[in-house]
Design a protein around this ligand. Sequence first.
Ligand code: AMP
Ligand code: MG
Length: 355
Amino acid sequence: MNIETKMWLVHASCPQEEQIQEAAAWLREGRTVAFPTETVYGLGADARSTEAVAAIFEAKGRPSDNPLIVHLADRSQLTELTASPEEAVLCLLDAFWPGPLTVVLPVREGVLSPLVTAGLSTVGVRIPDHPVARALIAAAGCPVAAPSANRSGRPSPTLAAHVLEDLGGRIAGIVDGGAAGVGVESTVVEYRDGTVYVLRPGGVTAGELARTLPDGVRLVMAAEAAPAAEETPRAPGMKYAHYAPRGLLTIVHGHDREAVLARMRRELEAARARGERTGALLLGGHAEAVPADHVSVCGERTDLELVARGLYAALRAFDEAGASFIVAEACPETGLGEAIMNRLRKAAGGRELHV
Ligand code: AMP
Ligand code: MG
């Protein structure tokens, strides 16, 4: 696959009309266009067109049983796509749309390409809170299917340069509106029988959801309840390895930070002795705290928003440095920490140490 990938440079807060109109026309013509959202960069295509959506799966190398989230410019578009949401879901939409919350709803027959839903009877939808995404989707005038704009399995892109690195030559265009916002993907929820299930933690935290739900509606974190191998997970994407740098990543957990750093040093020294090129992900402090060929200091343990924003760029930096062995310190799993640790765990594929 080698097509020319066009770049449109736009102002994030006030994107130029001419650029947006051209990118939107490309989407309407069935081409794939990446664009910034307030979570990460998405790879968009007309969600009604099977040919256009097939190009997303092809460019990403994404398994066809992992459905795509459909992005809308405003809520009036929802009625065309789904059955009307229950009261509890409406509460969430009022509170978090536009924003990093995806709701899974029963899809109307025949309105979307079956590739978008991977054959499920439901569709995940959201309205992104980013001026470029909103302007582009509104101008395209169609529902836009948009998974993260990375090769399947890689860390999600938070800059246009990351998209180009992964998908340059494989997609029609990229709208470059600077750095994406939150840095981790949307929270995916589904409501059934008085319970809201969190299928994937993300930019909206469990605490924020709980505070918004009407009395009597339960909130259940379904993401961590790993399904048995033969069982179909509710969010099909949960079964795939994800977000991973090329080197093997190991998470180090512990309440005592000094002990965590000491364990990281030991692991790094042993890896170096084996001839590995080493990397370390620290959440705050100084790079000199550990002896690695490449150290990414990503935010501060006490400021999880900062950690989320820098996480994927930090993981990508290990590839640039050629790291084959990486240790990463864990963060507290409160608030955004839940989404951050969910991503790190998938990147680690089960390699976790406790001190
Ligand atoms: P991505 O597009 O890479 O951000 O991933 C989208 C996530 O949402 C994946 O984990 C999907 O499995 C999940 N998802 C999308 N649509 C649905 C749906 N209809 N039902 C359940 N999960 C969904
Ligand atoms: Mg993704």
